[in-house]
Write a protein that binds this ligand. Structure first.
Ligand code: PEP
Length: 263
């Protein structure tokens, strides 16, 4: 397990109306969360300012993506320096939906990470394999290539501001989260079982390729169908330093329960 604070991210994706965002913020503000956990929610760009104005601490705010370099003639994009200027501390980069739907490749994600870090943002960098990659035996190559691109671009002194989210694509939004017992009993590890083996692998890879000090402190989050029912089990897994939550982060009471997963 990394030596940093437990971390919970909530990725609201492309969801929300003024009414629903107001309700969600009210629910979060009314909830009780431990002061020992870093909590970051990521609304859409258009809702960032409202959430920043209304959401109280200890909740922090993140964006779901940003441009790969300095802003300018890049229609439709939002730059890292704009987010920093607005006082948005975090950004999610390399989410599997951006990798698959917007064709972001490993190299672009690595470059985005370093540019955002260089502009003073903290980064949640996502990695993860598809079911096809897992079943065809390419999972470790895919993960290593994703990590290598991030490592190739990230300066040594920026690692302190980066967390890695391992999100197996087959577990995102699918409800597929096996119990550790099931995982042990089955040939192919799923859900928490997969989280255990991959998280251990990621930490080892970082130790060997970046450095043991970085690996010791790096927070490695698990993402994929985390909810209020399974978060307690997941929080106890070796090398799981927190979660990146999609669907359940849109429900205030569920997300508050997940923030209390360690209790
Ligand atoms: C995600 O997309 O980051 C995610 C983990 O989604 P869900 O929790 O809905 O599986």
């Amino acid at each position: 397990r990394g030596s940093g604070r437990f971390f919970i991210g909530g990725n609201w994706k492309c969801n929300g109306t003024i009414d629903s965002v107001t309700k969600l913020v009210d629910e979060l503000n009314a909830g009780s969360v431990p002061s020992t956990v870093d909590i970051v929610v990521a609304p859409t760009f258009v809702h960032l300012e409202r959430v920043q104005r209304t959401l109280k601490g200890p909740f922090q705010i993140g964006a779901q993506d940003c441009w790969v370099s300095k802003g300018g003639a890049f229609t439709g994009e939002v730059s890292a320096e704009m987010l920093h200027d607005m006082g948005i501390p975090w950004v999610i980069l390399g989410h599997s939906e951006r990798r698959s739907l917007c064709r972001e490749d490993d190299e672009l994600v690595g470059m985005k990470c370093e540019y955002a870090l260089s502009q003073g943002l903290k980064v949640i960098a996502c990695v993860g394999e598809t079911l096809e990659q897992r079943d065809s035996g390419h999972m470790w190559d895919v993960l290593d290539a994703q990590l290598a691109a991030i490592a190739r671009h990230t300066s040594m002194d920026h690692w302190v501001d980066l967390v890695i989210a391992y999100e197996p694509v087959w577990a995102i939004g699918t409800g597929v989260v096996a119990t550790p017992e099931q995982a042990q009993a089955s040939e192919r590890l799923e859900g928490p079982g997969a989280a255990c083996e991959v998280h251990a692998h990621v930490r080892k890879w970082i130790a060997q390729n970046v450095g043991p000090e970085v690996a010791d402190t790096l927070r490695i989050l698990y993402g994929g169908s985390v909810n209020e029912g399974n978060c307690g089990t997941l929080a106890n897994l070796e090398d799981v330093d927190g979660f990146l939550v999609g669907g359940a982060s849109l429900k205030g009471p569920s997300f508050i329960d997940i923030c209390n997963a360690q209790n």
